[in-house]
Design a protein around this ligand. Structure first.
Ligand SMILES: [Zn+2]
Length: 203
């Protein structure tokens, strides 16, 4: 999965379980950012291929750090309203969809935001386990217990970069924007299609 699909999955999952309706649109936006967060270890590429090989899918892609960073994303957004600032910045460039709870979208205690952020980050690890490999490269294991263990796990069901998942998630997001009153069933339908596509890999 690419960054784009990880973010859409975090947003779609949060909407499906009703968090968006209970705590405001910004919790879904935050979950999108948290779902991307484990890929921070990919920045190691700036220090060369050897650093990337050592750090990527280890430093950020383990259960401990992913939960910690995801929870931090939730806490920061709840405390400093980052998603609201981004929304205002984007609104200067593109037409944003109307939000009924535009004025107070940070309802609920910070711990709820931290828990949602951690779960969204874990969704990244879960999907990286099953979306793996490319035409020019083998499967990429995740060091889930790093730094305690260097063992890597991977259960490839779909090749990395498979466009079908992008189409399903983007189509679901578009449908939620067009028919906001039906966002929860649409989110569940989107997740169902993703699960069904993954199940193909088991056959
Ligand atoms: Zn990743």
């Amino acid at each position: 999965m690419t960054t784009f699909e990880h973010a859409l999955l975090g947003i779609t999952g949060t909407i499906a379980v009703g968090m968006h309706g209970r705590y405001g649109w910004s919790i879904a936006a935050m979950a999108g950012a948290a779902a991307v967060s484990p890929d921070w270890d990919g920045l190691s590429l700036m220090f060369g291929g050897a650093a990337f090989d050592m750090a990527h899918r280890a430093w950020g892609h383990n259960l401990f750090v992913a939960c910690l960073v995801g929870a931090a994303v939730g806490a920061i957004d709840h405390r400093w309203r980052v998603s609201g600032r981004v929304r205002r910045w984007l609104a200067a460039w593109i037409r944003m969809p109307n939000s009924q709870d535009h004025r107070a979208p940070w309802r609920g205690h910070a711990t709820i935001w931290m828990a949602v952020g951690a779960l969204a980050a874990l969704s990244h690890l879960a999907t990286d386990l099953v979306f793996s490999g490319a035409d020019t490269a083998g499967d990429w294991g995740l060091k889930l217990l790093w730094p305690l263990s260097d063992q890597a796990w991977v259960y490839p069901l779909v090749r990395w970069g498979d466009p079908s998942i992008s189409i399903i998630l983007f189509g679901g997001a578009l449908a939620m924007l067009c028919w906001p009153r039906h966002h929860r069933p649409t989110a569940w339908a989107t997740l169902g299609l993703v699960a069904a596509y993954l199940a193909r890999g088991l056959c």
